[in-house]
Design a protein around this ligand. Structure first.
Ligand code: SF4
Ligand code: SF4
Length: 270
């Protein structure tokens, strides 16, 4: 074995550790609502599987999850009261429309006697600097949409996003006020998606958004979801019966012979 090869003995084996694939969520999550593509949100609502991810990207996600409790501890050490668990010892979860729209908050925090949604992010140096320079709404539209959705679901008027720079451990935070105009637009968009009025943002997979989309494999490569009413073309999210079958005018529970895999409308140029 050459020295060069020996240098990669351990790292190759580390990359061979199987990536535990989390089962795809089956709802519109606050963290995804800022997507630039309605189809990505619709695939998420119906529980279509995510692309498989590389071992290194998986480690980046794991590291982000590991960091959260440490950052909460640091905020507490700085003298703030953070409530990161509900009465059942779980993450604060808010939902509407029969759990089709869900937001999980990293915590609730009290500042000068006022409650805020607390959202925590770790960012690389460029991303962090852009947050500091431009503010959340202009630097990180997805995070801005996420905190607005959390405020909408929880009925709270204020949120604070605390970010830590992964390169030098520096902190920055910003208070975000409830933006009613933004929320109305967001909810109108969700309403369209729930009614299956959904078009792909791109005409093909070369679009830069598609290249980083977690649903690209189901969107362009024909990867199939589980066969169930939620992934059927004829079903629609419903506030009372979860999924409603528009073909048979009844609650959609059991897959039937008319199953057709869901697909959003293709984008037509011109
Ligand atoms: S791959 Fe592209 S078109 Fe398909 S869901 Fe993702 S962003 Fe939308
Ligand atoms: S009942 Fe049949 S047609 Fe209706 S949603 Fe389920 S699989 Fe589709």
């Amino acid at each position: 074995m050459t020295e060069k090869k020996m240098k990669r003995v351990i790292s190759d084996e580390i990359d061979n550790i199987p990536v535990r694939r989390e089962s795809a969520r089956k709802y519109i999550g606050a963290s995804g609502i800022g997507s630039e593509c309605d189809a990505e949100i619709a695939f998420g609502l119906r529980g279509f599987p995510n692309n498989s991810i590389s071992p290194s990207l998986n480690r980046i996600f794991q590291e982000g999850h590991r960091k959260e409790p440490q950052i909460i501890k640091t905020i507490r050490d700085a003298g703030f009261h953070v409530n990161d668990k509900n009465n059942f010892g779980r993450q604060h979860r808010f939902s509407i429309f029969n759990d089709h729209i869900v937001g999980n908050a990293d915590g609730l925090i009290e500042i000068n006697g006022k409650p805020y949604i607390l959202e925590i992010k770790t960012m690389n140096d460029n991303s962090f600097k852009s947050f500091v320079r431009l503010g959340l709404e202009y630097s990180h539209k997805k995070y801005y949409a996420q905190v607005q959705m959390l405020m909408n679901l929880s009925g709270m008027d204020n949120a604070i996003l605390v970010a830590q720079n992964k390169n030098n451990q520096e902190f920055h935070d910003e208070i975000i006020e409830r933006d009613e105009h933004f929320i109305i637009h967001m909810m109108m968009r969700i309403d369209r998606i729930l009614r299956n009025d959904v078009t792909k943002r791109s005409v093909d997979e070369s679009d830069y958004i598609c290249r980083s989309c977690f649903k690209a494999d189901v969107c362009w490569q024909g990867v199939l979801p589980e066969t169930e009413c939620a992934t059927c073309m004829h079903s629609e999210a419903n506030d009372e019966v979860k999924w409603y079958c528009n073909k048979h005018d009844k609650e959609a529970i059991d897959v039937c012979e008319d199953y057709e895999v869901y697909h959003p409308k293709s984008r037509v140029l011109g």
